[in-house]
Design a protein around this ligand. Structure first.
Ligand code: TXA
Ligand code: MG
Length: 345
């Protein structure tokens, strides 16, 4: 075991120690297939309170409760699971899909930000599942970053943001999808996509038939509206220190525009697709991945934003991507990272 500012860094063979800390009401970050989560016993109001404190997270932004076995959903929710919920669980759990359902009395209000619904997911990651089982409680776990910062895809990102603030992190290497889970609200008549992620809109539609998309998912302007259904949608998110500009449109117009903007700057970073990386003559170019492999790109975006912060660039210019498949989740995160500074070419 290593340690940084009092925060223990466990290897994957030290899960028992990590689970003991969780049972004592402490905070332990752990890897999932999406991003690192900051876990606490979801049924212990005080433990959950300390998540909000460590992250600097607004109290009305509810947490996702992580379980290791499907049956655990019964304790957290009321009534019978709808046929829609059953179908989604059968098809996509364990996996990057979070379901919003009516909550039971067992779940403290602080976990759900005062809402009468609870968000539940079963992660597809052996360390996460084992940790939940050893802790013997469901784990509330938001992404393990300081509120507003890019989500962590490596243990070192968690340490950079939270060392000294949390008891421990389990180091499981790089996460596998790199953007957070898809969130679907099933507490409403028609299922509604609140946050796009690894389970795509197209995949949901195939199983459910009809899925609504919350307007904030595709928003190109800041949704300050207090009525936002998923309270997480109304805050600035995923933001590095540098100013970020996202350039959208046809690939060729995008690259011309980025080249033009980069020429006006002395200390600029560019997040490029592999296909266009050699096009740019100015700036520090980092490759997000191939336009033909959106999983590669989703895995890299948060990591690259943090890398550019380390380099201290003043501005980051990002190539926009098509919004199909995983592209919807990627563009949703990039628009937020840019604080909605978007150039449509
Ligand atoms: O992939 C993930 O989901 C990661 C890993 C750690 O599992 N977790 C994560 O948690 O992204 P967090 O807290 O960063 O995002 C939770 C999202 C927020 O947008 C929040 O508003 C929404 O889920 N949410 C949670 N409970 C909700 C509820 N009852 N109704 C509507 N939205 C809810
Ligand atoms: Mg988050």
């Amino acid at each position: 075991m290593r340690e940084k500012n009092g925060t223990k860094i466990f290897s994957k063979t030290e899960l028992k120690e990590a689970a003991d800390l969780l049972q004592k009401g402490k905070l332990v970050a752990f890897p999932t297939e999406t991003v690192y989560g900051l876990g606490a016993n979801a049924l212990d109001g005080e433990a959950v309170q300390s998540i909000f404190a460590a992250k600097g997270r607004p109290a009305d932004n509810p947490l996702i409760v992580h379980i290791a076995r499907q049956e655990e959903i019964k304790e957290l929710t009321t009534g019978n699971l709808s046929p829609q919920a059953q179908k989604l669980i059968k098809r996509f759990w364990p996996g990057p899909l979070t379901l919003v359902l009516k909550k039971s009395e067992e779940v403290p209000e602080i976990t759900t930000g005062g809402l009468d619904t609870v968000a539940v997911r079963m992660p597809k990651h052996s360390l996460a599942l084992k940790l939940i089982e050893l802790a013997e409680v469901p784990l509330a776990a938001p992404s393990a970053n300081l509120s507003g910062r890019p989500s962590p895809t490596l243990a070192e990102h968690v340490i950079a943001d939270l060392a000294g603030e949390i008891a421990a992190v389990v180091d499981g290497g790089q996460t596998g999808i790199g953007v957070e889970s898809t969130v679907v609200d099933l507490s409403t008549e028609v299922p509604t996509l609140l946050r796009p992620g690894g389970i795509t809109y197209e995949m949901l539609e195939e199983v459910l038939g009809t899925v609504e998309i919350d307007p904030a998912v595709k928003a190109k302007v800041n949704q300050e509206s207090k009525e936002a259904i998923s309270p997480g949608m109304k805050y600035r998110h995923y933001a590095p220190q540098a100013e970020v500009i996202l350039v959208e449109g046809e690939a060729e117009a995008i690259t011309d525009k980025i080249q033009e903007l980069a020429a006006q700057e002395s200390n600029v970073g560019i997040m490029a697709s592999r296909e266009y990386q050699d096009f740019y003559q100015q700036g520090i170019v980092k490759v997000m991945g191939s336009r033909d492999d959106l999983t590669e790109i989703s895995n890299n975006i948060f990591k690259l934003l943090r890398e550019f912060d380390k380099l201290g660039v003043d501005k980051i210019l990002i190539e926009g991507l098509p919004e199909h498949g995983l592209g919807l989740a990627i563009m949703n995160r990039l628009r937020k990272s840019a604080g909605y500074q978007i150039i449509d070419t």
